[in-house]
Design a protein. Structure first.
Length: 240
């Protein structure tokens, strides 16, 4: 089933940024905006990949900027296969290809004056890359999975801080972040809750968090079965 058929209709996979990007029916402007939005969320795995390939921090920054700008060019959207593929796979392949032709592209960019750099914060990405001892592909996959989980957690934060969900998000973080969480009894006492109230609060937060993770995963694939497979793969990566 092509992306056009998935764009509408009851019971079909709901449109996502990835299906919009690859839909021949969507306008070039809408497709580019969707791609730019996804790249803004998932550029960090590309940086970690470049660093694990042996590039120093400055070269990795330049390579990521060059790759993202190239991906945002109209020609990339036209070359996308509308029938298959996940964003994760496309970006990893694009990173490999970009590295193999990096010197030619950088020379061409210098001759042409280059393009404006995208506003990316490389400080956190560098800290992550410097701590990761895995190979390039494995480091990319792990940072991709971490980015999905982080994006879902930020959306959950917005729901609590925006008043859509009741209760302190700081309490959610105490149990969702890595590290040793407080005891249920201490947490309940600190927030004026009974133990049953605390357990209900955390259960609802976990259910919503899982939903948001699934939504984030679905936003980068093309069909429901791909979303389930992608989610299983990301959870496997995080357990390594």
């Amino acid at each position: 089933m092509g992306a056009d058929a998935r764009d509408a209709g009851p019971g079909l996979f709901p449109p996502t940024r990835w299906t919009l990007i690859r839909s021949a029916r969507a306008s070039p402007e809408a497709r580019r905006a969707a791609l730019e939005s996804l790249l803004g969320t998932y550029w960090r795995p590309l940086y970690v990949y470049m660093r694990r390939q042996g590039l120093d921090a400055e070269a990795a920054r330049d390579a990521v900027q060059g790759l993202l700008l190239r991906l945002l060019e109209h020609g990339f959207l036209e070359r996308l296969n509308p029938e298959k593929g996940r964003l994760r796979g496309y970006l990893l392949t694009a990173a490999r290809n970009h590295l193999s032709h990096r010197h030619e592209r950088e020379s061409a960019a210098r001759r042409g004056g280059g393009m404006a750099a995208l506003p990316l914060d490389f400080e956190l990405a560098e800290r992550i890359a410097s701590q990761d001892a895995q190979g390039p592909d494995e480091a990319f996959e792990r940072e991709w999975a971490s980015s999905v989980m982080e994006r879902a957690l930020e959306r959950l934060r917005a729901e609590y801080e925006g008043g859509e969900r009741k209760g302190p998000f700081t309490l959610v973080l105490q149990f969702f972040r890595p590290g040793e969480p407080p005891s249920y009894r201490d947490a309940a006492q600190a927030h004026g809750m009974s133990l049953p109230q605390l357990k209900t609060f955390l259960h609802r937060a976990r259910v919503r968090y899982r939903e948001l993770v699934r939504e984030e995963v679905a936003d980068t694939v093309d069909a429901p079965e791909e979303a389930e497979a992608e989610l299983a793969e990301l959870l496997r990566v995080l357990k390594r």
